[in-house]
Design a protein around this ligand. Structure first.
Ligand code: IMP
Ligand code: MG
Length: 182
């Protein structure tokens, strides 16, 4: 059974999300903001974060992909910008994603938004994976820092599964388990 122990519980996620929402509200002081959620992983976090932000904000979503199929490694390329649209020109944008791993996704999204005329771009991620190699971007708001392990649940998947779990779990694919047997 590759689904491992709970790393961060639903309750801890809820508490931290409320704190992040308050920090974001304090930063913008009621100015107009567009929240851009990255699907599918950022879906649950975006919804919970926004339910703690009662200001009149706009919401957009983009569907991008950097992981393809049965793998726990990024493809090193972000696909999907050709379908990315929305009302960003001249606006403050907060990009919301599940996890900052290599940082490739957020740095490409940030560059794209500035290129199409966003006034400012900030980033908010639930998890920041601490990696040996340096990341090209730092997130402005981070829920939790975690070790360089693969996780699923609360929006995050392995090959499309486990997004619906309410807690965040560690995940070890069967092949990785076999590789480490000896
Ligand atoms: P990055 O471009 O390498 O920063 O990758 C970010 C994206 O990869 C995230 O938005 C997730 O969709 C996915 N990802 C990275 N690490 C994990 C993980 O541990 N579990 C599930 N998805 C992950
Ligand atoms: Mg993602």
């Amino acid at each position: 059974m590759p689904l491992g122990e709970i790393l961060i519980s639903q309750k801890e996620i809820g508490r931290r999300t409320k704190m992040l929402a308050n920090e974001i509200r304090k930063h913008y002081q009621g100015s107009p903001v567009v929240f851009l959620g990255l699907l599918n992983g950022g879906l649950f976090f975006l919804a919970d974060l926004l339910r703690n932000i009662p200001d009149p904000v706009e919401v957009e979503c983009w569907r991008l992909k950097s992981y393809l199929g049965e793998t726990v490694h990024s493809s090193g390329k972000v696909n999907g910008f050709e379908h990315a649209s929305g009302h960003f020109k001249g606006n403050h944008v907060v990009v919301v994603d599940d996890i900052l791993d290599s940082g490739l996704t957020l740095s490409e999204v940030r560059a794209h938004l500035l290129n199409i005329g966003a006034q400012s771009v900030k980033t908010c991620v639930l998890l920041d994976k601490k990696r040996a190699s340096s990341q090209p971007v730092k997130a402005d708001w981070v829920g939790f820092e975690i070790a360089n392990q693969f996780v699923v649940g609360y929006g995050m998947d392995y090959n499309g599964y486990h997004r619906n779990l309410p807690d965040i779990h560690l995940f070890v694919p069967e092949t990785a388990k076999t590789e480490h047997k000896f």
